[in-house]
Design a protein around this ligand. Sequence first.
Ligand code: ADP
Length: 410
Amino acid sequence: MDETEALRDIYPLWIQRIPLSLAKGAGIREDLKAQLEQFFSLLVESIDTGDPGWLDPILEAWTSSLTVTELESGQSSILPFIRELMLQTDQVCHDQLDTGQAARLVSALLPAFAHAFEKIAFFESQARVNYVSEQLKQAQSTLERLDQSKSNFIAVAAHELRTPLTLVEGYSAMLRELREPTQPGEYEIDLMNGIDNGTRRLKAIIEDMIDVSLIDNNLMQLNFQPVWINRLLQILKNELEEFTKERGQKLTIHEFPGCSEMTYADPERLLQVLRNVLTNAIKYTPDHGAISVNWRRLPGFVEIVVRDSGIGINPQDQSVIFEKFTRLGNVALHSSGKTKFKGGGPGLGLHIAKGIIEAHGGAIWAESPGYDEVNNPGSTFHILLPLISEHPESRVARLLPNLSDPITEE
Ligand code: ADP
């Protein structure tokens, strides 16, 4: 008797015994019986042809029935099932056949079961990888949706806040005009100055929010003009002098050969970037500290390096600070002063700076040995800006000279 015949001999006992030992409930048993019948016929085919690959479809179908809990726990329920199937089959062979036939059939079945173990392990790990990547995809799309609704919220909130703020500004100006001829007392002037300061600060925050929504939606438009970076830095040095003096800090702007070179860029936006970075340097450096601006010319680029002797930034936070609404440390302790020591803002300045610099085709990053409020290791911000000698629009026009010509048929 060959192995296929021996298999057919053991089938009645096999199909009667195995569902009983592998399934507890009668309903499940019926279902399992149908599955086992299919498994057995594929087992016969694989012994007949010597190709255990015949078992693959049913093994794959079993693996695809893994539950989410099984996929998440990483525990296999199919491998113990196959092991039990193999042990029961071995038992049936010995109960049904004589010792020699049983030994021959069991050794003929071994490669098929070995193949089943291997395939189940493969299909299971594939099912797990698919499950995890599906979960990741879902998490990513949830994050993208959240980010989009955050962006939408910022845009809507900024526009909605701007209208009432303009009203407050208008009424405050009218009040000032009304009171001025009668020479108000100092107390009233203080109150009106307070309103003006508050509205100015609120306006700056709203403008930052609008910039963030422009950057996040790729809508930031640059107004390219000839720019001399050393002049921008000089403007800022004068603008910030009041604050550096107040804090007893020394702000030094170094010159370098070629620093007066002209480049095409958006001067207002570049001023905004440099102002944000320099204001941070003032804010996160203790009184009497030093801030310096160095630069160097690289092929096609200028690198502006702003170094401070402040509290520093931990390496793991050095990229996070460029994300919107990032404020390191204890947020509750932050004061709202613009240049006060550690007086935090809404955490938008560096995100906007990054958006503007990237829109210019440049890069911005931070370096620091770490955060230490006792030893003040300092931080260094690098701004890499492309040097453009020709207006971007005229360069495009030159590269595509016939763009505006009417299309003529040959
Ligand atoms: P903020 O309005 O809070 O200053 P920014 O986007 O400008 O927001 O900066 C984000 C965070 O990065 C700040 O809250 C601060 O924790 C950290 N940071 C920025 N610049 C410096 C610096 N020069 N030294 C130390 N920390 C800094």
